[in-house]
Write a protein that binds this ligand. Structure first.
Ligand code: GLN
Length: 477
């Protein structure tokens, strides 16, 4: 069954109206997803046992007249950097090809408690490092909208399954844009919540001070519902916030009259014309809805990429040190000494991008260069955060593009890592500042390639962000 017509509400109505059971839906969704997967390579692993046992629980609750949960029966896919107990979690790396986690990420646990049916694990860039999903050890994902193009990255598989109709919702992770950029490339909604809003317990660490878990969906409303389920304080993650979690979906009344929207000059200067036109048309829709727009400045944006690729690689070099052939999986064949074993295990196990980042990160943290690179980057990060704080004194939300261009061709940028890094220019600042941000589809180019509108709001004000996105989505249909 193609799931692209389904939403959380339509499934709930179908279940309560006895049109189908959660078990029937799960069986059909799994069969469809398995049959369609060869087209895109978006799923790496299916989890039929887990899917069917959750679906059965939902059916039992409905039969008993109990509340089946906010995500009852909804087929969901999980990015393969998020741990699932008993279900292989590879991080798209050879090193973890056979790794079976002994526990669930908090977000996964909360989804199942709410009746969400986990169909499987989605492909991504190795350890979430990349912008095109071409760094997966298990082959790239193809964009369901245009099969010769990348789905974006690193959460390419999670964006692709929603676009393809092989899941209704999915979870991705975003460190520098990995939810919003693939959402934009595949024409779906993708949300990066405030840093600390969603527990990172069970999210494989890439750059801990930047990592976020967040939802993908077709409609803004569905992302709002999913975020509410996974958000909130978790004792297992000391950086998860105590801030109360509002009912985001209940706030979506389509009214954004009088909202002040900032357009950062730095985001509109060098935009490719087609993307720029679509973004400006979206801004016009917001104006017609009664928003007041004004130009703002985010003056430190030009330093964001350099700053991010110092901090993210520094943290990654430390986080990836744990894959040593002793813990987790995959050990190179017997060697003479322990350090040989480490070296060969890591040499064989990590792909080129991970190695590049470990080297870069180790370098910027080394005694001689720490002040020149890492410390300097931390200072720049504070300035970028201050840009947002100052902008939010004048406006309620900031909008702009997600990516300077739409989905590019497979292979087009793989040999030029710097040009790949530059594609993250508009997404990285949001992660560095820790503010909530999202991508909502805002039309397609003449070639039919989707473009996403990015929306940022103040820390912990996801409600305002969802309200803008939802009002835009309804008005633009
Ligand atoms: N493209 C960025 C990178 O390669 C972002 C990745 C991410 O958000 N996980 O680091």
């Amino acid at each position: 069954m193609n799931l692209s017509e389904h939403t959380i509400d339509s499934i709930r109505a179908g279940l309560l109206g006895k049109q189908f059971t959660a078990t029937e839906l799960a069986v059909q969704a799994l069969a469809y997803a398995q049959a369609e997967n060869p087209k895109t390579n978006a799923y790496l692993t299916f989890s039929p046992d887990r899917a069917l046992s959750t679906a059965l629980e939902v059916d039992k609750k409905i039969a008993a007249g109990e509340d089946p949960g906010a995500l009852a029966g909804v087929p969901i896919a999980i990015k393969d950097v998020i741990l699932t107990r008993g279900v292989r979690t590879t991080c798209a790396s050879r090193l973890l090809e056979r790794y079976i986690p002994p526990y669930d990420a908090t977000a996964v646990q909360r989804i199942e408690q709410a009746g969400g049916v986990i169909l499987g694990k989605t492909n991504c860039d190795e350890f979430a490092m990349g912008s095109s999903n071409e760094n997966s050890a298990f082959g790239p994902v193809r964009n369901p909208v245009a099969l010769d193009r990348v789905p974006g990255g690193s959460s390419g598989g999670s964006a692709a399954v929603v676009a393809q109709g092989t899941a209704v919702l999915s979870l991705g992770s975003d460190t520098g844009g990995s939810i919003r950029q693939p959402a934009s490339f595949c024409g779906v909604t993708g949300v990066t919540p405030t840093y600390g809003r969603v527990s990172r317990y069970g999210l494989t660490a890439f750059a801990s001070s930047l990592d976020h878990i967040g939802p993908f969906s077709r409609s803004v409303r569905d992302s709002a519902t999913l975020l509410r389920v996974i958000a909130g304080r978790d004792e297992m993650d000391a950086t998860s916030a105590f801030a109360p979690v509002p009912d985001y979906a209940a706030a979506l009344d389509g009214n954004v009259r009088g909202m002040r929207i900032g357009l950062p000059r730095e985001y509109f200067e060098n935009l490719a014309s087609e993307t720029g036109d679509l973004i400006l048309r979206a801004v016009d829709v917001l104006k017609k809805l009664g928003c007041e727009t004004q130009e703002i400045r985010l003056p430190h944006t030009p330093y964001a990429i350099a700053c991010y690729y110092v901090i993210a690689t520094a943290e990654a070099s430390s986080n990836l040190a744990r894959y040593d052939g002793v813990r987790y999986t995959s050990r190179a064949d017997a060697r003479d000494t322990l350090s040989d074993m480490y070296r060969v295990t890591r040499g064989e196990g990590f792909g080129a991008e991970c190695k590049r980042r470990i080297m870069l990160g180790t370098y910027v943290l080394s005694a001689g260069y720490y002040d020149a690179y890492y410390l300097k980057a931390q200072k720049v990060r504070s300035l970028i955060a201050r840009d947002y704080a100052e902008a939010f004194e004048q406006v309620d939300a900031i909008v702009g593009p997600v990516s300077p261009f739409p989905a590019f061709k497979l292979g087009e940028k793989v040999d030029d890592p710097v040009s790949m890094y530059l594609s993250d220019i508009y997404t990285i600042t949001g992660d560095l500042a820790g503010v909530p941000c999202m991508s909502v589809p805002c039309g397609t180019t003449a070639d039919g390639l989707p473009v996403g509108l990015q929306i940022f709001t103040r820390h912990f004000n996801e409600t305002a962000m969802f309200r803008v996105a939802d009002a835009y989505q309804k008005a633009s249909n």
